[in-house]
Design a protein around this ligand. Structure first.
Ligand SMILES: *[C@@H]1O[C@H](CO)[C@@H](O)[C@H](O)[C@H]1NC(C)=O
Ligand SMILES: *[C@@H]1O[C@H](CO)[C@@H](O)[C@H](O)[C@H]1NC(C)=O
Ligand SMILES: *[C@@H]1O[C@H](CO)[C@@H](O)[C@H](O)[C@H]1NC(C)=O
Ligand SMILES: *[C@@H]1O[C@H](CO)[C@@H](O)[C@H](O)[C@H]1NC(C)=O
Length: 357
């Protein structure tokens, strides 16, 4: 009598059960290839259907590129009545987060997660150039949470250099007695910070001037459609040998005033990270840019808890992704505070770059 072979249904394929594993793998790779193809196609069609707008908002740089003349014109409208610098307790790291008027959800995600474990303040401008452009929403939010620093200038992507300069100026002015001990961490509101690893990065790099994810041998974008477009009249060299990614870098507090003063002598460009870390700090002041891969401009595509545990910051997350990844980071953090490092083996032995994009 013929033995009946058990059959297995796999999506729309039916295969004998004994070839199950190989077939499953084959089908899985087919599905993955199809997803990748669909992704590429979608990307391509969106580029064809939606021709991007050229970046035209750089005109103000043609009128004045003096950082000092900009800063002198920008006043702080709202700031916390007291900060972590108000008392005499030691401050090892102060986090300033670039945000903008409408990104309430991003701020809220940070307040509910890593913002509970490290002093973090949000820095933003206005929807327009005048005091009247301060919205009631932003005013009430600032009063309710006491963690917003709102400056009177137009919040615009092309004004990020001004925002970073304002962060340094504010820190130097509001934390004068803590400058020798603290590090300023400049980051964005789509970044997930791991406070425990950030503190470790700070401790392990004490004495260094600037620490971040060091990008080497880059070329500036010269096409006017690119978000990071830098026209030749702003910076004539195409090549940038090194700079620290603006998604998150640390500056030694005692260097802040020196860097600002030096910047007052260097015409500004629209890329804040290239400007402050390379043109001002590296070229003008000959400071060393220290690479630490844990201040990552990438994020994991495989959401393994231990990957997050190997990184002090991951970039480009939605508020929901931040909220979703947080509970396990917090759990690991609590254990770490009690002397257990669950991810020690993973972090030391697995090449985590493999899981980032
Ligand atoms: C900010 O950016 C806009 C658009 O690029 C520009 O018009 C404005 O003058 C900039 N500066 C300030 C201080 O708002
Ligand atoms: C441009 O900057 C210079 C140098 O700080 C300043 O003297 C001048 O008034 C500024 N010009 C304008 C139009 O703001
Ligand atoms: C600063 O403000 C003065 C007076 O309002 C103005 O003339 C000047 O152009 C402003 N400078 C910049 C760089 O915006
Ligand atoms: C810059 O700093 C490096 C070491 O940090 C030093 O070797 C070099 O001589 C300095 N260059 C200048 C021009 O001061």
């Amino acid at each position: 009598m013929k033995r009946k072979v058990p059959y297995l249904k796999l999506f729309f394929f039916t295969v004998p059960r004994r070839r199950g594993i190989a077939a499953r793998l084959a089908v899985l790779s087919l599905v993955l290839a199809a997803i990748a193809a669909a992704w590429c196609l979608a990307d391509l069609t969106s580029q064809v259907l939606l021709p991007p707008q050229p970046i035209l908002a750089l005109d103000h740089y043609a009128i004045n590129r003096s950082l000092k003349s900009y800063l002198d014109n920008i006043s702080v409208l709202i700031e916390p009545s007291s900060t972590v610098c108000s008392d005499n307790k030691r401050v090892d790291v102060l986090v300033l987060v670039t945000s903008s008027p409408k990104r309430f959800a991003q701020r809220q995600a940070i307040r509910d997660t890593w913002g509970k474990y490290v002093p973090a303040y949000f820095v933003l401008g206005l929807d327009g150039p005048a005091v009247e452009d301060l919205t009631a929403d932003n005013y009430l939010e600032a009063k309710a949470y006491g963690d917003m620093i709102i400056f009177q200038f137009l919040d615009h992507y092309q004004n990020l250099t001004l925002k970073s300069a304002l962060m340094m100026q504010w820190t130097a002015a509001r934390c004068p007695s803590h400058l020798d001990e603290l590090m300023l961490f400049k980051t964005d509101d789509d970044v997930l910070v791991n406070p425990w690893v950030l503190r470790r990065v700070v401790q392990q790099n004490s004495g260094k001037d600037l620490i971040g994810y060091r990008k080497v041998n880059s070329y500036l974008h010269r096409d006017a459609y690119n978000k990071w477009y830098v026209p030749r009249w702003l910076h004539r060299h195409d090549f940038v040998p090194e700079y620290l990614s603006g998604t998150g870098y640390l500056i030694k507090g005692s260097r802040l005033e020196e860097i600002l003063q030096a910047a007052f002598e260097v015409p500004i460009i629209n890329l804040e990270d290239v400007y402050f870390t390379y043109i001002v700090s590296k070229i003008k002041l000959n400071l060393t840019l220290t690479h630490d891969r844990r201040l990552s401009p990438y994020k994991p595509w495989l959401p393994l808890d231990c990957i997050y545990w190997g990184l002090a910051s991951t970039h480009s997350l939605t508020p929901n992704e931040i909220l979703g990844a947080w509970p396990s980071i917090e759990r690991l953090g609590k254990r770490y505070e009690h002397g257990f490092d669950n991810c020690l083996y993973f972090v030391n032995n697995i090449w985590t770059e493999l899981y980032l994009y």
